[in-house]
Design a protein around this ligand. Structure first.
Ligand code: 13P
Length: 260
């Protein structure tokens, strides 16, 4: 087991959302892998992950097997199996070699009416099948303006983590993504990101005294090469969940280099 002061390996996770065709994605990933291989002093400063649409998972997982790039999903069914047309289950993802899945992204909360109970059920299902859920939390602009950002985010976190077995929760990842910063070009200041990630960290330590200090807390929302270093330098920001910039190899690698 790691000690409380073992350094945390940052996680640089791309969220492709509903972008790129599966056929393009294969060539894109080959290019990325070639670039990583050519980068002799890359070392293992961070873990790289791409969360891609379901249609891309089989091909990309096969290509990424044994490489420094992990492949993750963007959603998972709360159900184990059965008559749920259109859904994809945690055991199906695990069977493809997928290790991570985003749950509770604000776009799922907003456009698919996912509430904290749904996010919790999905996180539980993912953990039960050996997947690592990346649990997304984040306040809207009006909630921040009303001074309720911390309360909203910690409420979402508590809802998502309700009843999780501490044993499996150890590999959890939390992503703080303020809704007003997603896809808008507006980024939280590094100090605002740190303040919220520290509040999340405090809640994790309280809930899981044995390992809460080591759970990775990511920032997401218009992270790009020009702001990544400042955000990633903050002590409670252990990586990024990156939308738009993760679609471009140069940008993704520049962000990854910012963890050095
Ligand atoms: P952008 O980086 O495009 O703002 O998206 C952030 C996000 O939603 C990642 O999950």
């Amino acid at each position: 087991m790691q000690s409380a002061d073992t350094p945390i390996t940052p996680l640089i996770a791309g969220n492709w959302k509903m972008n790129r065709l599966p056929s393009e994605a294969q060539a894109w990933l080959r290019d990325l892998l070639a670039r990583l291989e050519a980068d002799a002093d890359r070392g293992s400063r961070s873990e790289l992950l791409l969360c891609v649409p379901f249609t891309h998972l089989a091909g990309m997982s096969e290509l990424a097997f044994g490489t420094p790039v992990g492949i993750g999903a963007q959603d998972v069914s709360r159900h184990e199996a059965g008559a749920y047309t259109g859904e994809v289950s945690a055991p199906m993802l695990a069977d493809l070699g997928v290790r991570y899945v985003i749950v509770g992204h604000s776009e799922r909360r907003e456009y698919h009416a996912e509430d904290d109970a749904t996010v919790n059920a999905k996180a539980q299902r993912a953990l039960a099948h050996g997947l690592t859920p990346i649990v997304c939390v984040g306040e809207r602009q009006a909630e921040r303006d009303a001074g309720r950002a911390v309360e909203v985010v910690l409420g979402q976190l508590a809802g998502a983590l309700e009843g999780l077995e501490p044993g499996s929760a150890e590999r959890l990842v939390v992503a703080y993504e303020p809704v007003w910063a997603i896809g808008t070009g507006r980024t939280a200041t590094a100090d605002d990101a740190q303040e919220m990630c520290a509040a999340v960290r405090g809640a994790l330590r309280e809930r899981y005294p044995a390992f809460g200090a080591r759970v990775r807390v990511l920032y997401g929302g218009s992270m790009k090469p020009s702001n990544a270093a400042e955000l990633l330098a903050k002590p409670d920001v252990n990586g990024g969940l990156i939308g738009g910039a993760s679609l471009e190899i140069d940008d993704l690698l520049a962000i990854e280099r910012a963890t050095a």
